[in-house]
Design a protein around this ligand. Structure first.
Ligand code: ADP
Ligand code: MG
Length: 675
């Protein structure tokens, strides 16, 4: 048996529990051992019954004198269980509710240990709903009382008590099979517990200090293994893959001409990113670079310049976007930019098939299914890369021979996280927004200000020739019929009652690609003053003349989404506004929505999100294939640094550490992508 084996009990699979355990992501014995306590209940104070005081949380041991079940006529409490426990110093009453089985579990005469909080009532001292366990003999380990007791994340039908017992049994039965894969030198250098002791102590600690040490070791392992897997991937990539070397010097002038033909000057960060990309493209090692830049920082043009260089070198490029709307928009932008200088730009989406030859192909994931023949694919760009699965990224790259890869995202993945997760990637950051941008004024609008809000929007549109997005509530996860109906109704109301003199359009995800495009084009060209939309416009849409975005039921969106939505405006040099509407009075004080009023960059909002939701749910990065950490946290920079330092040291001699190499081989690190 090894710890990766599926769970069995007495040789049989644990069928009854397996679906419940799946909810806790427990599939193997190892998963059990890594199901870590969320906290400990301190029942280590052991007292004689005669010395108990009200208010204490204690453990007492004694003999059961009475044990009975009473029926009540109550609604919630139907039965009550009462027992009397005594030792040589006194006795005390114990009560439980609705747990009739307890009477059988602790029959009169049995020796038990119970833990809980002592209360004082008219009848004297008692303990209500204590944890209890039978003492079989003096030496038997106590799990549930008389010690620091682990409390686990639970699910229906799986209690901490049950988990404690299973984990204890696994440690007793299989503890000897736990082999420490960490090199001895790493353990020594960092004063770590060995793996077996760390697992033992994290579940059943002798003290809180010991629990912390144990957890530190386990947290280190998580980050260290991730880091090693990343370094390994990067090194494999370098050794194996040969790509296409692009000529740059010869075409420098043409590239410069393209850049100076732009209606704006590149920001410093854009210029640096372009240089970094061109440097990669000029070697025969395929590029694998992530371009990260806040909403509106101008990632598209950076990608376009790279594609132009591919074209000059006689290579095709493909640019993949997550939605049809976005693909169309990129298509327009890039066609306008590059077609006049001879580049054939084409598009493939669910509603548009490819007919002609192309130099640059832009599209949605429909490109993956299309029997597109790439004669010479040299560069793949993936926009909003978090929206694509690792497999999809792989399929598109396989359409060429080790093409260069550029992925783009607006998610502010902290550098430390990026380095741990994506050690195999090069990173470019667009640090600043173009100079002409103004901060988007953001207000949280209470219900009483709704009408004045509408009036203000109308005035802005008429006086400043502005345009506005109105985003309807997000009713269900996906664009359900319900969401669309609500949007249609809102559109009716707004057109008839609120803005009868303005021209409104309605956009939602169930429209055909062509219709969507027509509507967006009409908005872009100013035929509509207001675009009423479901949250489909969330990513990427670029309409610089739109300066107002009003978001209904703002409390239903996460910070990452609100920031993406807000990023639909403020894309030109005009002052822009974001109005967050909410009809929920509690939301007017929500730190999340308040944060939107004062914080403007994705990085700052990510920090707020970290504070509000804790490190388990890093802002927007769940979709980046970042695994959930069990003991470690991406905000723990101290451990991150140590893990990185140790991984760098160990990597060159990884083959000497057989257990460690196996551990890395056997763990699926799908995030360390794309490859
Ligand atoms: P994102 O990084 O969110 O994908 P886009 O590439 O869509 O941003 O660019 C946002 C807008 O900014 C576009 O209208 C684009 O033309 C414009 N833009 C890009 N770079 C600059 C710049 N250096 N100066 C001014 N405007 C720019
Ligand atoms: Mg974009």
């Amino acid at each position: 048996m090894n710890l990766q084996s599926p769970i069995t009990m007495g040789g049989r699979p644990l069928k009854m529990f397996s679906t419940r355990l799946e909810k806790l992501e427990i599939f193997t014995f190892e998963d059990f051992l890594l199901h870590l306590p969320s906290r400990y209940e301190d029942f280590s104070l052991i007292s004689k019954i005669g010395r108990l005081q009200a208010g204490e949380t204690v453990t007492i041991k004694g003999k059961v004198q009475e044990s009975k079940n009473q029926y009540l006529r109550g609604n919630r409490i139907k039965t009550i269980q009462k027992a009397v426990l005594s030792d040589e110093t006194g006795s005390i009453e114990l009560t439980w509710f609705n747990q009739p089985f307890i009477v059988k579990a602790i029959p009169v005469g049995s020796d038990i240990s119970v833990s809980g909080k002592v209360e004082l009532s008219k009848k004297g001292l008692s303990i209500s709903s204590p944890d209890y366990e039978i003492i079989f003999n003096e030496k038997s380990d106590s799990l549930h009382t008389g010690r620091l007791v682990p409390i686990y994340p639970e699910t229906k039908g799986i209690s901490s008590k049950w988990l404690r017992r299973q984990i204890h049994n696994i440690l007793v039965q299989y503890g000897a099979n736990i082999k420490d894969y960490l090199p001895v030198e790493v353990i020594k250098r960092n004063n770590f517990l060995d793996l077996h002791d760390a697992l033992q102590e994290v579940h059943f600690p002798k003290s809180l200090v010991s629990a912390t040490n144990a957890r530190n070791r386990i947290a280190f392992d998580e980050l260290f293994l991730l880091q090693l897997a990343s370094i390994k991937k990067r090194s494999d990539w370098k050794i194996k893959k040969k790509g296409h070397k692009f000529e740059i010097t010869k075409y420098q002038k043409k590239i410069d001409n393209l850049i100076s033909s732009l209606p704006f000057i590149l920001t410093d960060s854009q210029q640096i990113a372009v240089n970094e990309i061109l440097t990669n493209l000029s070697t025969d090692q395929p590029m694998n670079r992530l371009l990260q830049g806040d909403v509106g920082s101008g990632k598209t043009v950076v990608g376009a310049i790279a594609m132009y260089l591919a074209y000059l070198n006689g290579f095709q490029s493909v640019l993949m976007a997550p939605t049809e709307i976005l693909a169309e928009q990129h298509f327009e932008t890039i066609k306008n930019l590059l077609e006049p200088i001879g580049v054939r730009v084409k598009i493939v989406t669910g509603s548009k098939k490819l007919t002609d030859e192309f130099d640059i192909l832009i599209g949605t994931h429909a490109i993956l299914n299309e029997k597109v023949l790439f004669s010479k694919l040299g560069l793949v760009i993936i926009d909003e890369q978090q929206r694509f699965g690792v497999n999809q990224r792989g399929i598109i790259r396989d359409k060429g021979e080790n093409p260069h890869l550029l992925t783009m995202t607006a998610t502010p993945i902290p550098r430390t996280v990026a380095l741990t997760m994506y050690g195999n990637l090069d990173l470019s950051y667009l640090k600043e927004l173009p100079k002409n941008r103004k901060l988007i004024k953001t207000w949280l609008v209470p219900p009483v200000k709704r009408d004045p809000g509408y009036l203000w929007i109308k005035k802005e549109i008429i006086e400043n020739k502005s345009q506005a997005f109105i985003i309807c509530p997000f009713i269900e996860e996906s664009e359900s019929m319900q969401t669309i109906k609500a949007a249609a109704k809102e559109y009716e109301k707004l057109s008839k009652d609120i803005f009868p003199d303005l021209k409104l359009g309605l956009l939602h995800g169930k429209l055909k690609g062509k219709e969507k495009n027509e509507i967006l084009n009409k908005f872009r060209s100013g035929d509509f003053d207001i675009l009423v939309s479901t949250p489909v416009v969330e990513v990427g849409i670029d309409i610089p003349n739109a300066t107002i975005i009003m978001i209904e039921a703002a409390e239903r969106f996460g910070l990452a989404q609100l920031h993406q939505l807000r990023g639909r405006v403020g894309r030109g040099d005009k002052q822009s506004y974001c109005l967050l509407f909410t009809d929920n009075p509690n939301s007017l004080h929500s730190p999340r929505l308040k944060g939107m009023e004062t914080l403007y960059s994705g990085a700052e909002l990510a920090e707020l999100d970290l504070k509000l939701r804790g490190p388990g749910n890093l802002y927007g990065i769940a979709q980046h294939g970042v695994p959930k950490l069990k003991a470690a946290s991406f905000s723990d920079t101290h451990t991150l640094h140590i893990a990185k330092r140790e991984a760098d040291k160990i990597f060159s001699e990884l083959n000497k550490h057989i257990l460690l190499s196996e551990k890395i081989e056997n763990t699926a690190y799908s995030h360390v992508s794309p490859d």
